[in-house]
Design a binder for this molecule. Structure first.
Ligand code: HEC
Length: 122
């Protein structure tokens, strides 16, 4: 039983890992621009985000390794179009969410989503 408990997270992680190239491929998006937008919009005030060193707020969840996460905010499928809609206008995409709407255009939001998918676990 003990060994099963120890292995469970590994099994879950392996099972949930989707092939990034198929699911999170965003050829039209600009990852570097996404990073600049994240810095400008101040997402770091509420989130730990790999590559963004300041600020690193924790009122929102860490966004490290986001490509490997199954759901957005625990309720939406983690797909590029849904993530872009969510980071731009979370309350409209997921009523009741505590993530605020952010001042991003639709293209900006795609670049931001591509950056989140491109980052690793840290
Ligand atoms: C004022 C604080 C705040 C700011 C600023 C903010 N967020 Fe959030 N964000 C949150 C909170 C709180 C949640 C959790 C929402 C929920 O679970 O309903 C969240 C959730 C998220 C999620 C889903 C996380 C998960 O684990 O599923 C993503 C992705 C996200 N935010 C991206 C961004 C991006 C990108 C920006 C900047 C454009 C940003 N956030 C700016 C507070 C913030």
């Amino acid at each position: 039983m003990q060994i099963f408990r120890a292995l469970l997270p590994l099994l879950l992680a392996a099972g949930c890992k989707s092939p990034p190239d198929e699911v999170h491929h965003m050829p039209q998006a600009n990852v570097a621009h996404g990073m600049a937008l994240i810095e400008r919009a101040g997402c770091g005030a509420c989130h730990v985000i790999p590559g963004i060193f300041w600020p690193r707020g924790e009122s929102g969840p860490s966004l490290a390794g986001f490509a490997e996460q199954g759901l957005i905010a625990g309720r939406l499928p983690n797909r590029p179009d849904v993530l872009a809609a969510y980071v731009r206008n979370a309350p409209a995409t997921l009523p009741g969410t505590t993530m605020p709407a952010m001042p991003l255009s639709a293209q900006d939001a795609r670049d931001v989503a591509a950056y989140l998918y491109a980052t690793g676990k840290r």
